[in-house]
Structures are given as structure tokens and as C-alpha cells.
Design a protein around this ligand. Structure first.
Ligand code: ADP
Ligand code: MG
Length: 223
């Protein structure tokens, strides 16, 4: 399976009747294994909506949406959850739990994988934190970390289970330019090492060069 994401004629709208608003119009898009693809374009263009559909976080309405080989249109809750559990998510707000240390936060996403024994959690979490340059901060709480370090913990959490697909929605928006650059470099090199597909939504012109391909999204159309 080379196509990690295969979207055909996807439409999406919010609201009903005269208030109905089309947000995605006839999107057709393929993402291949190992690609880093940036999705950019003006606010309100539909980028987050598309990302949440690809991530099985909301239900598709029409067209076809095949993610990791599973058709999401008409899929049952259980199937959506199964797909969701195989995806690494990184959001602008990193949503770390303040009461857990860095490695404990990272290990949270391993709980979605019953085949990984609990005895492996710490080793795997430490390994991924080291990969994002945080080997010295494994036992530290989020409040003791800088914004960039916190975002790197969130990246480690998204990558620790070695997902085939990572979805990142403006992961650098809250960071200064140097920290943002560091964070995307980490994502890019890990993507290349792991051969995973990364779809990265950004407004940030300074990081466009990490992409193998740049898609522009405006008024619900992607090109
Ligand atoms: P982007 O991420 O490119 O800024 P979004 O996907 O967030 O764009 O939003 C696209 C359009 O859909 C916007 O006009 C937004 O107001 C609208 N929208 C997004 N989410 C909802 C929702 N849950 N209900 C109604 N409208 C929404
Ligand atoms: Mg958005």
C-alpha cells in the first residue's frame, strides 16, 4: 500500500438548510508513504476541517476517504477509532497533562496499543524523547519546560508508537521562529527515518522548505 491517504471528491459542509455552508469542495488528494506535505493557505480555507476528516475525528459526508487502507465514509465508530489510534496528532496547543512528567505524557499514547507491554513504556518513551533532543528532561513536568520543549514532548507523544501517518495542525504557531524551526526539523528527520507520512498545516512561510510538496488550500479547494 503506497497511498497512505487517498481522497476522492470529498465535500463537507457545516449547518443545515439556508444556513448550510460548504467548507470543502470536491477535494481529491493522495499522500504517499514517507512524504512530508505542507498544507497552507488563508485562515478559514478549510485546512483544519480536512485534517480532522483525515484523522477520523469527524465523519465524512460524501466522496471517498481512504486512510491507511480503510474507507472512512460510512465507517462505524469502532473502525474510526481503530484508524484514529494509528495516527500521530500534533496540535498548536500541545495538550500535555501538567500532572504527568514528560515521559509519562509520551507514554499515554502507548496505551492505545494493547500489544505493547507496560514494561516497555518507559524505555520507548525515553528513546523517543531522546530523538527530539529531550533526553535530560525525561522526568520533568511540563511547567518546568519552555514552550518549544513542551511542543517537542507533544511531538514525541505523537511519534512514540511509530505511526505511519502524522497530522500536525499549526504546530509552530505559538513558538518563536528559531524554536519553530527546530521543531519542524525534528519532525522532518524523524519522518524520514521512520518512513512515515506527515501532513503539516502551517501559515508559517519560514518552514515551507521542509516539505516534499506544498498544497495550497483556499475556499475549500486544494491545489
Ligand atoms: P482553516 O483551518 O483553514 O482556518 P477551518 O477548517 O477551521 O479553516 O474552517 C473552515 C470554515 O469552516 C470556516 O469558515 C469556519 O468558520 C467553518 N467551520 C469550522 N468548523 C466549524 C464548525 N464546527 N461548525 C461550523 N462551521 C465551522
Ligand atoms: Mg485551522
Amino acid at each position: 500500500m503506497n497511498s497512505i491517504v487517498a481522497i476522492r471528491n470529498l465535500n463537507h459542509s457545516f449547518g443545515k438548510g439556508s444556513l448550510q455552508k460548504t467548507v470543502l469542495s470536491d477535494i481529491t488528494l493522495d499522500l504517499n508513504a514517507g512524504e512530508v506535505v505542507i498544507l497552507e493557505g488563508p485562515s478559514g480555507g478549510g485546512k483544519t476541517t480536512l485534517l480532522t476528516l483525515i484523522g477520523a475525528l469527524r465523519s465524512a459526508q460524501s466522496g471517498s476517504l481512504k486512510i491507511l487502507g480503510q474507507e472512512l465514509l460510512g465507517a462505524k465508530k469502532q473502525q474510526l477509532m481503530q484508524v484514529r489510534n494509528q495516527i500521530g496528532f500534533i496540535f498548536q496547543a500541545h495538550n500535555l497533562l501538567d500532572c504527568l512528567t514528560a515521559w509519562e505524557n509520551v507514554s499515554m499514547s502507548l496505551k492505545l496499543h494493547p500489544k505493547i507491554p507496560k514494561s516497555e513504556y518507559r524505555r520507548r518513551s525515553v528513546e523517543t524523547l531522546s530523538a527530539v533532543g529531550l533526553s535530560e528532561f525525561v522526568d520533568v513536568y511540563p511547567k518546568q519546560l519552555s514552550g518549544g520543549q513542551q511542543q517537542r514532548v507533544a511531538i514525541a507523544r505523537a511519534l512514540v508508537s511509530h505511526p505511519k501517518l502524522v497530522l500536525a495542525d499549526e504546530p509552530t504557531a505559538a513558538l518563536d521562529s528559531q524554536t519553530g524551526r527546530d521543531v519542524v526539523n525534528v519532525m522532518q528527520s524523524l519522518a524520514k527515518e521512520e518512513g512515515c507520512t506527515v501532513l503539516l498545516v502551517t501559515h508559517d512561510n519560514r518552514i515551507l522548505d521542509v516539505a516534499d510538496r506544498i498544497l495550497h488550500m483556499e475556499d475549500g479547494c486544494c491545489r
